[in-house]
Design a protein around this ligand. Sequence first.
Ligand SMILES: NC(=O)c1ccc[n+]([C@@H]2O[C@H](COP(=O)([O-])OP(=O)(O)OC[C@H]3O[C@@H](n4cnc5c(N)ncnc54)[C@H](O)[C@@H]3O)[C@@H](O)[C@H]2O)c1
Length: 253
Amino acid sequence: MAGMIDFSGKAVLITGGATGIGRATARAFATAGAAVMIGDVDARAGETVALIEQEGGKASWFEANVVDPAAMVALVAECVGKYGRMDAAFNNAGVLPPQRPLHEIPLDEFNLAIDVDLKGVFFAMQAELRHFLKVGGGAIVNTASVGGLIADPGMSPYIAAKHAVVGLTKAAAVDYGRLGIRVNAIAPGFVVTPMTQHWADSKEFTDMFFAGNVSGRASQPEEIAGTVLHLCSDAASYINGATITIDGGQTAH
Ligand SMILES: NC(=O)c1ccc[n+]([C@@H]2O[C@H](COP(=O)([O-])OP(=O)(O)OC[C@H]3O[C@@H](n4cnc5c(N)ncnc54)[C@H](O)[C@@H]3O)[C@@H](O)[C@H]2O)c1
């Protein structure tokens, strides 16, 4: 087991690495020796790169919108062009549309969740899988959510998209399992990031959430990163098509 989560000499692609879970995971991969290529639409990806470089790691970023299939092809090419390889990919970019009851949701908000949270993962996987098929293997981790397993109120576009990410993950595992490619998902619970800062800042919300949560607290992005590294490593060589909850016990309750 020792040394199995060592990414020295490897390269990893991460979408949505500008902030939050993606940034923490990019830093963790770099600390474990990987060269990291971040694809994002937010220039704060440059801050993630600077942090990694200060920590002695190797990273760069490429402006790429996950809703654009050509941008995902270009992102993979950028990773392989810059680092000579791509060993793993973390499809993590996502958005959370405003919360409303289903009958009040405008089509553009439904489409936003489907486009970024679902099609974005699909387009990224297509580009990554073509590369992994060429080189004979690789590992993919998709960011679903506990919202991919259960439903929270007022979030139906996000819930639908994240449930579909769980399905897409299983489908890809089935299609590519014999070809050396593993595809898994993570299902985080409440993680304090820019996406959820408004919840973290609301005493009413945290009182309600923490009272019902097994761990009685939210998590930090750094608590999500380790599972992604594990799933991308040889230590997870027989984990395929799985969705791993990282929710402090929320869905066990
Ligand atoms: N924070 C939570 O509680 C929580 C829980 C479960 C799942 N998630 C999921 O985790 C992932 C990361 O979210 P986070 O909480 O770190 O929030 P975040 O807002 O900090 O990170 C989202 C990242 O995705 C990027 N992004 C958004 N749209 C994009 C696009 N079209 N193309 C490329 N990049 C884009 C953003 O710029 C940002 O870097 C998301 O998929 C989210 O749904 C978050």
